[in-house]
Design a protein around this ligand. Structure first.
Ligand code: HEC
Ligand code: HEC
Length: 383
C-alpha cells in the first residue's frame, strides 16, 4: 500500500467500519430495503428501528410505523389501533398513527392564499417540515418519552457506531449542544423517510400510467368517478396536481378540512380524555389534513381518530351528504346514526354536498380504484 493510500485508508477506516456495522445491523433488524448507500440514510434507518431511543427501551419509530404495513401501527390493542400506546405500555393518544408512505412528498407548511394553509406534518399541521417533526415523538410523554436531549446523547453514546457516525457526519460539536444533536437526529431520520422504500410509486395505478398494467372495468370506472368534478368530488381534496392522472400524484392537496366526523367514543373512554374534551386540531378549529390515499386499502382504521374500520364505510359516510332517507344516515359499523360532528364550525359543505348520490356499484368502483393505489410490496395484504 502506498503512503497516500495508507493515509487515506487510515482516515476513512473508521467511517468504513461504522458503515459496515450499520449495514449489517440494519439488515438484521428489518428486511426493509431502499435505494441509498448514503451514510446519512443508513444512520437514519438505524435510528428509526432502535428501541433503545425510548425511555423504557421498548419502542422505536417503527413500533407505531411498521414498514410491513405501510408504516402504520400494527400492534394489537383493544381499540383497533385507532390510537397508539406509548413506550410506557399504558399512555394512549387520541389520534391514529398515519402511514408514513409518501409522507416525505408532503410540501412544507405554507399559505396557499390568505387563511388557507397546506402542507406540514401531523394530522393538524403543527410541524412545518419532516425535519421539524422528527424529534417530537422522541420527547412526547405518550410516545418514546425521553426527558431531554442529554438522555438522547447518553443513549447514542452507548453505541460506538452512533458515536462515530454522528461525529463523522456532523462534526464533534454535535455532542455539545442540544439543538445540534436534535437537528442531526432529524436530518438522518428524515433522509431515511425520503428513500424509495417509503415512496416506490409502483402500485397498479403507477404501472397503469406507465402503460404496464391494464385496469379492470371496475378500476376504470372508479378512476373516472374519483377524478370527476361534481360527481364524487373526491379530487377536490384528494388531488395534488392540476391535471388528473399525473405521474407522482399523492392524492392529497394537503389542505386542512373539517369533514364533520364525530367523536370516537370507544377511544375516548379508553384514553380517559373525558366527555368535555374536544380535539379541535391546531391550526383551524376541527380541521385536519387531507391524507394521502396511497396504500389506503391496507392502512385501516381510517380518519384522524380511527373511527371507521372499512373503506366501504368511509364511502358511505361521504355519500350521506348527498343522500337522504333509507339506511344512508346509518353507520353500518355501529348500526347507529353517523353522529354529530365533534366540531361543527368550518365544515366544507360546498365540497362535501356538491356531488350526486353514489350507487352501490359506484362505491365498489371507487373502492377498486383505491385498492389500485397499493404499492407492490403491500399487494399481498389486500383484503
Ligand atoms: C407511540 C407511537 C408512535 C411512535 C413511537 C412514533 N410515532 Fe410518528 N406518529 C404517531 C401518531 C399517533 C402520529 C399522529 C399524531 C398527530 O397527528 O397528532 C404520528 C405522526 C407522525 C408523522 C406525521 C405524518 C404526516 O403525514 O403528517 C411522521 C412523519 C412521524 N410520525 C414519524 C415518526 C418518527 C420519525 C418517529 C420516531 C422518531 C415516530 N414517528 C415515532 C405515533 C408514533
Ligand atoms: C372537503 C374535502 C374532501 C373531500 C371532497 C373528500 N375527502 Fe376524503 N378526506 C378529507 C379529509 C380532511 C380527511 C381526513 C379527515 C379527518 O381525519 O378528520 C379525509 C379522509 C379520507 C379517507 C381516510 C384516509 C385515512 O388514511 O384515514 C379516505 C379513504 C378518503 N378520505 C377518501 C375519499 C373519497 C373516496 C372521496 C370522494 C368520494 C373523498 N375522500 C372526498 C377530505 C376530503
Amino acid at each position: 500500500m502506498s503512503l497516500t493510500a495508507l493515509t487515506i485508508f487510515k482516515k476513512y477506516h473508521q467511517l468504513i467500519v461504522v458503515l459496515v456495522f450499520f449495514i449489517n445491523t440494519a439488515s438484521a433488524q428489518t428486511s426493509a430495503t431502499h435505494d441509498s448507500a448514503d451514510p446519512l440514510v443508513v444512520l437514519g434507518q438505524q435510528l428509526f428501528f432502535d428501541t433503545d431511543l425510548s425511555f423504557n427501551r421498548t419502542q422505536s419509530c417503527a413500533s407505531c410505523h411498521d414498514p410491513a404495513r405501510a408504516f402504520t401501527d400494527t400492534r394489537v390493542n383493544p381499540f383497533n389501533a385507532a390510537a397508539s400506546i406509548g413506550a410506557d405500555g399504558a399512555s394512549l393518544g387520541d389520534r391514529q398513527a398515519p402511514s408514513l408512505s409518501y409522507a416525505a412528498q408532503t410540501p412544507d407548511l405554507h399559505e396557499v392564499e390568505e387563511g388557507v394553509f397546506a402542507g406540514g406534518y401531523f394530522w393538524d399541521g403543527r410541524a412545518s417540515s419532516l425535519e421539524q417533526q422528527a424529534t417530537s415523538p422522541l420527547y412526547s410523554p405518550v410516545e418514546m418519552a425521553l426527558p431531554d436531549a442529554s438522555v438522547l446523547k447518553e443513549r447514542l453514546f452507548e453505541k460506538d457506531a452512533y458515536k462515530n457516525a454522528f461525529s463523522a457526519l456532523f462534526g464533534n460539536n454535535v455532542w455539545n449542544e442540544a439543538d445540534a444533536l436534535n437537528n442531526a437526529f432529524s436530518s438522518a431520520v428524515a433522509a431515511f423517510q425520503r428513500t424509495s422504500l417509503f415512496s416506490p410509486f409502483d402500485s397498479r395505478y403507477d404501472r397503469y400510467l406507465r402503460g404496464e398494467y391494464k385496469p379492470t372495468l371496475r378500476e376504470t370506472i372508479g378512476m373516472g368517478l374519483f377524478f370527476s368534478q361534481g360527481f364524487a368530488n373526491c379530487s377536490h381534496c384528494h388531488q395534488l396536481n392540476t391535471l388528473p392522472n399525473s405521474p407522482g400524484e399523492t392524492f392529497s392537496n394537503y389542505q386542512y378540512e373539517n369533514i364533520g366526523l364525530s367523536v370516537n367514543g370507544a377511544l375516548r373512554e379508553a384514553n380517559g380524555k373525558g366527555a368535555d374534551y374536544i380535539d379541535g386540531g391546531f391550526m383551524q378549529q376541527g380541521r385536519f389534513k387531507v391524507p394521502t390515499l396511497r396504500n389506503v386499502a391496507v392502512t385501516a382504521p381510517y380518519m384522524h381518530n380511527g373511527i371507521f374500520n372499512e373503506l366501504r364505510t368511509v364511502l358511505l359516510f361521504y355519500n350521506k351528504f348527498n343522500t337522504t332517507g333509507g339506511t344512508s344516515q346509518i353507520n353500518p359499523e355501529t348500526q347507529q346514526p353517523w353522529g354529530e360532528p365533534e366540531v361543527d364550525a368550518q365544515r366544507n359543505m360546498e365540497k362535501l354536498n356538491g356531488g350526486i348520490p353514489l350507487s352501490r356499484l359506484h362505491m365498489e368502483a371507487l373502492e377498486a380504484f383505491m385498492r389500485m393505489l397499493t404499492d407492490q410490496q403491500y399487494e399481498h395484504l389486500l383484503p
